[in-house]
Design a protein around this ligand. Structure first.
Ligand SMILES: [Mg+2]
Length: 169
């Protein structure tokens, strides 16, 4: 079970992603969770730093998509501002929606890096899908209620992870 929940890479934030190393290994697509991964859960719009990061990655040739369990309004508002394509109501860690999205994008799993702040949704999903899984520290301390419950369990598991590589890739 632990294998399913262990990320390939553990980082403090998305700004630490070694995108050049990913690129050299053949990855081309970044699937990013929204709440507490690329933005605080209660901030409707992206911060300036994120917008610059997106622009730089796009210039390097990366495709970036937002994949969120949150509702349509939240994802739409954020993504319009960030000029990104977003997908809402993902039901992570269930893989059916994500599988459909990857198929529609014509993206093979070994080209996708999935970045998220939760073990039981993001990392578990990414590992099931055969993506490279990256776990980041949550942007904000606060969370939606259902997330708060997950965090308790997650805290125990996170203690076993180190910053940097946790599995070979
Ligand atoms: Mg999240």
């Amino acid at each position: 079970m632990m294998e399913n929940w262990t990320p390939h890479l553990c980082l403090k934030s998305i700004y630490d992603l070694p995108c050049q190393e990913f690129w050299e290994k053949g990855y081309r697509i970044l699937f990013c969770d929204l709440d507490n991964t690329v933005s605080a859960y209660d901030k409707p719009f992206p911060e300036e730093k994120f917008l610059r990061w997106v622009e730089n990655r796009k210039n390097e040739g990366w495709e970036i998509y937002i994949l969120s369990n949150n509702g349509e309004e939240r994802v739409k508002n954020f993504c319009e501002e960030a000029k990104l394509t977003g997908f809402s109501n993902l039901y992570k860690p269930l893989p059916f929606r994500t599988r459909q999205i990857a198929k529609e994008l014509g993206a093979s799993p070994n080209r996708i890096v999935f970045i998220g702040d939760q073990v039981f949704t993001d990392v578990w999903l990414a590992n099931q899908m055969g993506f490279l899984s990256v776990l980041v520290d949550p942007v904000a301390k606060g969370d939606l209620l259902k997330t708060k419950i997950n965090r308790k369990l997650e805290g125990l598991i996170r203690k076993g992870f180190v910053y940097g590589k946790n599995k070979s890739w």
